[in-house]
Design a protein around this ligand. Structure first.
Ligand code: NAP
Length: 291
């Protein structure tokens, strides 16, 4: 617990998995005087109240952000531009604005276009944590514990605003790091967006095969492990893949090249090459996860 609230009024727009988990984590340590949940659906906001995730809810954006100290935008990427446009007219000048979007270049462009430039109190952010579930019912306070949060502050970003956002995420148990915008989008395209695209694509392909019932009947742990993330929200991942398409297509092209080489090695029964690839991948993954 922090001694007394660090942020007086925090507003979370989009109280879903990420926004709800942030609210729960900050509530658990008494970080805010008040957490206001804002969104489109009164039913979803009512659920957030019933679950004790937020202190108050608003469907009116102006009323929600009135006298806010920090506003966190945690809606799908495709909804950001319109939201920032509506925020531009009502956000208090002194308020720190941040977001949780999974790609950063697109969000920054949305903010630039909505506000006619980058507000100095805007701090782009991305928690590297999530599950295949969506909505406030799936949120939990420990989602960000020991996970990374990447901030991509811009030349215009005020240092105090950046420190405010970093301290907020640290209060959830996360480790905060900073990165350039383009670097963030390339790294996340390779490590997160490409694996999701591949999982969706594999399950789609297999589920359209004639003997799909037989295929899925005998699917074992490996299939389950590989495809868990294909249960993620299609709309959210559509938004991410389209918004971050340039780095994603680059990563996909590299993967396609290597997959074609691997297929050729298998076709020609080139055991040396197949084993070289598999051994290299096993070593890389074993080094990554030593559990
Ligand atoms: P989520 O569980 O589906 O929650 C999204 C929230 O946004 C809901 O509260 C939803 O409430 C609201 N919303 C949806 N469409 C909206 C619209 N058009 N206008 C206003 N509000 C809208 O999604 P999430 O997983 O928390 O993701 C939220 C953000 O975090 C996304 O930008 C995503 O890229 C990012 N992110 C996700 C993950 C992950 O693994 N899930 C990880 C890191 C970052 P209503 O429908 O009631 O409005």
């Amino acid at each position: 617990m922090v001694g007394s609230p660090v942020v007086n009024r925090l507003v979370i727009i989009g109280v879903g998995l990420i926004g709800g988990s942030l609210a729960r984590a900050l509530k658990a340590v008494g970080y805010c005087g008040e957490i206001v949940g804002a969104g489109r659906s009164p039913d979803h906001l009512q659920l957030a109240m019933e679950l004790g995730v937020v202190d108050r809810t608003e469907t009116d954006l102006g009323a929600a952000v009135s006298e806010a100290d920090v506003v966190v935008v945690a809606v799908p990427l495709g909804a950001m531009r319109d939201l920032f446009r509506r925020l531009a007219g009502v956000l208090p000048e002194s308020c720190v604005l941040t977001d949780a979007g999974s790609a950063k270049g697109c969000v920054i462009e949305d903010v630039r276009s909505a506000f006619g430039g980058i507000p100095d109190r805007f701090v782009p952010g991305h928690p590297i944590a999530g599950t295949e579930k969506s909505g406030v019912a799936a949120s939990f306070a420990d989602l960000f514990r020991t996970r990374r949060v990447i901030l991509t502050p811009l030349a215009e970003t005020d240092h105090d605003a950046r420190d405010t956002v970093a301290a907020m995420w640290e209060a959830t148990g996360a480790e905060v790091t900073e990165m350039g915008v383009a670097h963030h989008d390339e790294v996340l395209a390779a490590t997160s967006h490409l694996p999701h695209l591949l999982a969706f694509s594999l399950v789609d392909t297999l589920s359209r095969m004639d003997d799909r019932a037989e295929i899925f009947r005998f699917a074992a742990g490996g299939f389950r492990d590989f495809t868990r993330i294909a249960s993620s929200d299609p709309q959210m991942w559509h938004d991410i893949c389209v918004a971050n398409r340039a780095p994603l297509l680059q990563a996909l092209a590299a993967f396609n090249r290597d997959l074609t080489d691997l297929a050729r090695a298998i076709e020609t029964a080139d055991s040396e090459e197949v084993l070289r690839i598999f051994r290299h991948a096993k070593t890389a993954r074993d080094n990554l996860y030593r559990d």
